[in-house]
Ligand binder design. Structure first.
Ligand SMILES: *Cc1c(COP(=O)(O)O)cnc(C)c1O
Length: 412
C-alpha cells in the first residue's frame, strides 16, 4: 500500500513519543533531519544556563564549586549517561572532546597490551578516529601498525598481534550498525581490547556496554544527546580495568587529591582518573538538560520509532523519487541500521544545498552521500512526507543545478 500524507498523519496521532517534540525549539517551516550532527535546542536549556550564570556563577562565585557541586558535575552527568548506554554508575565521565577521549583511551588500551603492535579498525571509520590513531602511533615511535579493513574482514583479522580494535558503532556515512556483543566477544577471545565510539549511538540506539563486556567507549554530547555545539564528550572504562589504567595525560583533576597540591601525580580511584583539567560548567549544564530528556524517553519506543521512520523514508523515496541516480547507501534492514538513512547521488552536494534552501535540513558527506538523521523525539512521520516531496521536486525540476547550490562552504 502506497504511503500517503494521511497515513503518516495517522501514525503521528498514535505516536507515544509525540509530546517530546514540544520540549525542543524547532523553527517554523523547517524539517530538521540533522539532529545526528547537531541536536536541536531543548526549551529548558536557556533557563538552565541563565540560572548557572546568574545564581551559581554571578552570586555564588567560586563557592559554587562546592555549594552547587560543580566539581562533581562531570561524574554526575556521567552517571546519567551511563543509564543510556548500559553502563554501571562510576564508569562514565564527561570530559574533553570525543577526539581527546579517543586519544586517552586508545593510549591506555595500547599500554595494557605492550607486546602487541596492531590497532585494528574499519575502512571508512570517522576521520578523527583514524587521525587520532595515526598521531598516537607516530607519537609512540611508529611501533604500531594501523590496519583498516572492511567490516566483514574484521573478525578474521583478529590475530595475536592486535592490541586494540577501534570501531564506531554506527557508521557516520552509511548508518550501518555493528554487532557490539559479537565483535567484543570475538576480540576478547583473541586477547584484544575494544574501544567503541558511540557518537551516533548514545541516545539513538540501545547500547549495553556492561552486557557486552565492553572495555572502553567514547561518545558525543552534541548529536543525539542535544547538548549544544561543541558539548563535552563522555568516556567509559569498564570497572574491571579502571585500577590498572595509565592515562597519557595526567592533569591535576585526575589526581587522587587535587587540592593536596602535591608535587607528584597519583591517580584518583575509579573513572575520576580520566579527568585532566577544569570542566566547562556552562557546557556541562547544557548537556545535562539534553541527557535528562533522553533519560525520560523509553529506549524501546525510541528504537521502534527510529526503525519505522527509517523504513518509511526508504519506501517513500522509492515511491516518490524515480531518479535512477539516487541509491540507498544504508542497510535496508532496520536491525542493521543506526538512526539515519543515507542515499548516494553523484551530485549530492548541490542536491543537499537545494533541500536546505527549501527548509529540509540534512547533510552532505563526501563524496556522494545525502544523509538524513532520524531523531524520534522531534521528527513527525508527516515530516517525512514534506522532506521527500521537496527531494522529488528538487530532483525533477533540476533546481540543484543552479550555481548558488554548488558553492562549497567550509562546513558541510
Ligand atoms: C561526531 C563524531 C566525532 C566528533 O569528535 P569531536 O572531537 O567532538 O569533534 C568523533 N567520532 C565520530 C564517529 C563522530 O561521528
Amino acid at each position: 500500500m502506497a504511503w500517503t500524507l494521511a497515513r503518516l498523519e495517522a501514525l503521528d496521532r498514535e505516536d507515544g513519543l509525540s509530546a517530546f517534540r514540544d520540549e525542543f525549539r524547532l523553527p517554523e517551516g523547517v524539517v530538521y533531519l540533522d539532529g545526528n550532527s547537531l541536536g536541536p535546542l531543548p526549551r529548558g536549556t536557556p533557563g538552565r544556563i541563565a540560572a548557572v550564570l546568574e545564581q551559581e556563577w554571578g552570586d555564588g562565585l567560586i563557592r559554587s564549586w562546592n555549594d552547587a557541586d560543580w566539581i562533581g558535575l562531570p561524574a554526575r552527568v556521567g552517571d546519567q549517561i551511563a543509564g543510556l548506554v548500559g553502563a554501571p554508575a562510576g564508569s562514565v565521565l564527561v570530559a574533553d572532546s570525543t577526539s581527546v577521549n579517543l586519544f586517552k583511551l586508545l593510549a591506555a588500551g595500547l599500554a595494557l597490551r605492550p607486546e602487541r603492535t596492531v590497532i585494528l579498525t574499519e575502512d571508512g571509520n570517522f576521520p578523527t578516529d583514524l587521525y587520532v590513531a595515526q598521531g598516537l602511533a607516530r607519537h609512540l615511535g611508529d611501533r604500531h601498525t594501523i590496519r583498516n579493513l572492511p567490516p566483514e574482514a574484521l573478525v578474521s583479522a583478529l590475530r595475536p598481534d592486535v592490541a586494540v580494535l577501534l570501531l564506531t558503532h554506527v557508521n557516520y556515512r552509511t548508518g550501518a550498525l555493528h554487532d557490539m556483543a559479537a565483535l567484543t566477544g570475538a576480540a576478547h577471545r583473541n586477547g584484544t581490547l575494544v574501544l567503541w565510539d558511540l557518537a551516533h549511538s548514545a541516545g539513538a540506539v540501545p547500547v549495553d556496554l556492561a552486557g557486552c563486556d565492553a572495555d572502553f567507549a567514547v561518545g558525543c554530547g552534541y548529536k543525539f544527546l542535544n547538548g549544544g555545539p561543541g558539548a563535552p564528550s563522555f568516556l567509559y572504562v569498564a570497572p574491571r580495568l579502571q585500577a590498572g589504567i595509565r592515562y597519557p595525560i595526567t592533569g591535576w583533576l585526575g589526581h587522587a587529591e587535587p587540592f593536596g597540591f602535591h608535587a607528584d601525580f597519583w591517580p584518583a580511584a575509579g573513572i575520576g582518573a580520566a579527568a585532566i583539567g577544569t570542566p566547562s560548567i556552562l557546557a556541562l549544564a547544557a548537556l545535562q538538560v539534553g541527557v535528562e530528556i533522553a533519560l525520560r524517553a523509553p529506549m524501546r519506543a525510541v528504537r521502534e520509532k527510529s526503525c519505522r521512520l527509517g523504513d518509511i523514508l526508504i519506501e517513500l523515496v522509492a515511491q516518490e523519487c524515480p531518479d535512477r541516480q539516487l541509491a540507498l547507501a544504508t542497510p535496508r534492514e532496520a536491525a542493521h541500521r543506526g538512526s539515519q538513512v543515507s542515499f548516494r547521488h553523484p551530485d549530492a552536494y548541490p542536491v543537499m544545498q537545494a533541500l536546505i534552501a527549501h527548509g529540509v535540513i540534512g547533510d552532505f558527506r563526501t563524496p556522494d552521500i545525502l544523509r538524513f538523521g532520524l531523531t524520534p523525539l522531534t521528527i513527525r512521520y508527516a515530516d517525512l512526507w514534506r522532506a521527500v516531496s521537496v527531494l522529488r521536486d528538487v530532483l525533477e525540476s533540476g533546481e540543484w543545478r543552479r550555481e548558488v547550490h554548488r558553492a562549497r562552504r567550509l562546513v558541510t
